[in-house]
Design a protein around this ligand. Structure first.
Ligand code: MRU
Length: 361
């Protein structure tokens, strides 16, 4: 689908990723040589977005196995790699899913290195196909809106980046959008800038530009106004963890968009691979750990300087002001119109999810 992926392997069997902190201004590739490189890339958000965090962690385990084999280290080194990677970010459950999958593969392995290589590669390929299918199932929702509007432009509002940059290819929310555009539907996306790290402005706008999708950047507080004036037909967001009863954790500010959508009778969809479902918990508000990040992300804004043309950090409050920086919030299932998964669209409820994933009964 796309001219590039977000993570790939090299001829010498190492791993490369895009440094997403430099986008949209610079294209910087980072080579991951050790599991610590993978851990740092997740922690400092060189890579981000739930599925990509999982894929990077999986390759982190492959790199740990490689270090273990090449340096003749014992199994405690691999255990440490699992522990460190598990602690790299707390909210996106894909991280834990991918690490559990790598552990299970290695538990039955005779050739550790080859097994780890193949298992990480399989996680990447699975995500590509999963996201493609999210598009297949999400597309009819867009087609229905387009038909209702007699082919007029569909206005979609999104928050953060749940596009291909948060995954491997296609993305979750962008998969139905890219497939709709390929089919000739008229689509326009309102992109929330998504303070403090501006994933909407930096990343969603970047990939929509690269894929020729009509879009407009808005500040985070604009969505409610647009909804009140009939300028939004639907909201689609991604998620970092969705519970068994359909509560959705996503980038901070998502909940406010869901409230505004509900007040204006605008459908609010969440697009997710099943790897983002946490079947072990129910109540998202009580049970999902919410990441708190450094206050400097709020106090400083990073961007390309108008004067020097270089990336710069600018302080936007008194130096001594305290800031709080919650990374995610939880949107209760009752505010979610539907979950778009690789197996189809369902109600955000345990019954809805079990209808698509009966093996989780
Ligand atoms: O802090 P981030 O940038 O990792 O947060 C990302 C999001 O909240 C995304 O919406 C989510 O991971 C879905 S990515 C398909």
């Amino acid at each position: 689908m796309s001219a590039f992926r977000t993570i790939w392997t090299t001829e010498d069997r190492f791993v490369e990723v895009i440094d997403q902190r430099s986008l949209p201004h610079e294209w910087v590739v980072v080579k991951l040589l050790t599991y610590k490189d993978a851990e740092v890339a997740i922690k400092d958000m060189t890579v981000r977005g739930a599925p990509l965090i999982g894929a990077t962690a999986a390759y982190g385990i492959y790199l740990a196995v490689r270090e273990m084999v090449e340096q003749e280290l014992d199994g405690s080194f691999l255990d440490l790699a699992f522990t460190d990677l598990r602690a790299s970010r707390p909210t996106a459950v894909n991280l834990f899913w991918a690490l559990d999958k790598m552990r299970a593969a290695l538990d039955n392995a005779t050739d550790f290195l080859q097994t780890a290589w193949e298992a990480a590669g399989a996680i990447v390929e699975e995500d590509v196909e999963t996201c493609r299918m999210i598009g297949v199932h999400g597309l009819p929702i867009l087609e229905a809106i387009s038909a209702r509007k007699n082919g007029e432009t569909i206005n979609i509002l999104t928050h953060c980046n749940a596009g291909m940059l948060g995954c491997i290819e296609w993305g979750t929310i962008t998969s139905p959008i890219y497939q709709a555009v390929q089919k000739g539907l008229k689509v326009h996306v309102w992109v929330d800038e998504t303070r403090p790290r501006n994933q909407g402005a930096n990343l969603t706008c970047y990939e929509l530009t690269r894929h020729n999708v009509n879009h407009t950047l808005i500040v985070d507080n604009t969505g409610g106004h647009l909804m009140q004036h009939g300028m939004v037909d639907m909201v689609i967001v991604g998620t970092d963890r969705t519970t068994r009863q359909g509560d959705v954790a996503n980038k901070i500010g998502t909940y406010l968009k869901a409230l505004a959508a509900n007040d204006n009778n605008i459908p609010f969809y969440v697009a997710l691979p099943s790897t983002t479902l946490d079947w072990t918990i129910n109540d998202g508000l009580k049970e999902i750990p919410i990441e708190e990040r450094n206050q400097d992300e709020v106090k400083y804004v990073i961007g390309k300087s108008k004067t020097t043309g270089k990336l710069d950090e600018v302080l936007i409050c008194p130096e001594t002001t305290k800031a709080s920086n919650y990374g995610f919030d939880v949107t209760p299932a009752r505010l979610v119109t539907g979950l778009i998964t690789e197996r189809g669209v369902c109600e955000a409820s345990e019954a809805g999810l079990l209808g698509l994933f009966p093996e989780k009964y």
